[in-house]
Design a protein around this ligand. Structure first.
Ligand SMILES: C[S@@+](CC[C@H](N)C(=O)[O-])C[C@H]1O[C@@H](n2cnc3c(N)ncnc32)[C@H](O)[C@@H]1O
Length: 368
């Protein structure tokens, strides 16, 4: 019997902005999914599946807005050949804004859902983490996930002099590496159990690419160094305490291609023995849409106003969670407000080089 884990230490603080704001603020994440769409369609066309209904999952789906076009394309491709039932399970951790997800999928917002366009398409919402079983064994044709699996199941330790593992070294970095390897194996083993024989996984995961590039660190300013230096400034001017500085450590890890490939190259690994093989992995960069627009409109204030909210949509909850609960909530909110306004004004004053380019590993995996 498999039991759901209770890893509240990590899940407590990871939430994207709610009420559909996540998808509205993250045009870049949608660009990543659009880039992955042909890979998903190719994987669907290669599925070696028995008759019966189609079963897909979208793990770490947030409010579902960014993947609507992906699933619209997948459903259309299947409908060209078959009227069979299609089930899509949207899964995210329990603190996700599932109300926003349901409303977006069921057409109660300005997002254009695909559900109304097709019959016999069944969407289910699951609050099970990808570190746990989500679906029954041998039931899944294709599992998808974008920009989600860099969130670790738990924070191995605080990073004393940075907010992210990209700035960690030595023993601290080793602890993050070990946690990430264990987590990647856990994710794969659960999916190996869920997949039907011949089923596939397509993941677009954040990574550190062959040239050492990663999210927000491609050819200009290093976004994570900015987060860190501003947070240091807040500590040094007394706005936050040293403990609060240290507690703001993002529980994330960016694997390299070698690290993603390790469970597959080792033929004796649990993952290989569970029947998973790596079909393909390649890295790719999606340019920051806000920095791209700035090149044409040239308005630094407009750029800063659009750029900082996209960052805020995914890391505000971790900054907020790092602040002492002894502070009244209003005071914590004010610190967070000041943090992002300071960031915004620094970007507006000196915009050159700021960009959150997305660096991903696009990966296709099969169950033999
Ligand atoms: C940046 S959002 C990506 C959303 C969407 N897939 C996209 O690409 O636009 C990351 C999502 O991963 C989710 N997440 C983080 N840890 C998770 C876990 N252990 N299990 C499931 N989802 C998780 C977060 O709640 C969040 O919704």
């Amino acid at each position: 019997m498999s039991k759901q884990s209770n890893k509240s230490s990590q899940a407590d603080n990871i939430t994207m902005s709610g009420g559909g704001v996540y998808s509205l603020a993250t045009a870049g994440a949608k660009d990543v999914i659009d880039h992955a769409t042909p890979i998903v369609l190719a994987a669907i066309s290669e599925l070696n599946r028995p008759v019966g209904h189609w079963s897909f999952s979208d793990m770490g789906c947030a409010d579902g807005g960014t993947s609507l076009d992906l699933w619209r394309s997948a459903v259309s491709a299947i409908r060209n050949q078959s009227e069979a039932d299609i089930q899509i399970t949207y899964a995210d951790q329990p603190r996700n804004d599932f109300n926003a997800l349901v409303q977006i999928l069921h057409g109660l917002t300005d997002f254009d859902s695909y559900l109304q366009q097709h019959s016999n398409v069944h969407v289910l919402e699951s609050g099970s983490s990808f570190y746990d079983p989500i679906l029954p064994s041998n039931s899944l044709d294709l599992g998808f996930s974008a920009t989600a699996m860099h969130w670790l199941s738990q924070k191995p330790c605080d990073i004393p002099d940075h907010v992210h593992m990209v700035g960690a070294s030595g023993e601290v970095l080793s602890q993050y590496q070990a946690q990430a390897q264990k987590d990647w194996e856990t994710i794969l083993l659960h999916r190996a159990r869920e997949l039907k024989p011949g089923g596939k996984l397509v993941f677009a995961n954040f990574c550190k690419d062959e040239q050492g590039r990663y999210l927000g660190n491609t050819d200009g300013e290093n976004m994570f160094d900015w987060f860190n230096s501003l947070w240091c400034e807040f500590r040094d001017n007394g706005a936050i305490t040293a403990d609060e500085y240290a507690a703001m450590t993002l529980p994330q890890y960016y694997n390299t291609v070698e690290e993603f490939s390790l469970p597959f190259t080792d033929k004796q690994s649990k993952v290989s023995r569970a029947g998973l093989t790596l079909d393909h992995i390649e890295t790719g960069i999606i340019k920051c849409p806000y920095a791209r627009d700035f090149q044409s409109h040239g308005d630094a204030r407009k750029f800063a106003k659009e750029y900082v909210p996209t960052i805020r949509s995914w890391n505000e909850s971790i900054y907020f969670g790092g602040l002492s609960s002894d502070r009244p909530v209003e005071e914590r909110k004010e610190i967070i407000h000041n943090f992002y306004s300071t960031y915004e004004s620094r970007v507006a004053d000196n915009p050159e080089g700021h960009a959150m380019d997305y660096v991903h590993a696009y990966t296709t995996i099969s169950k033999t």
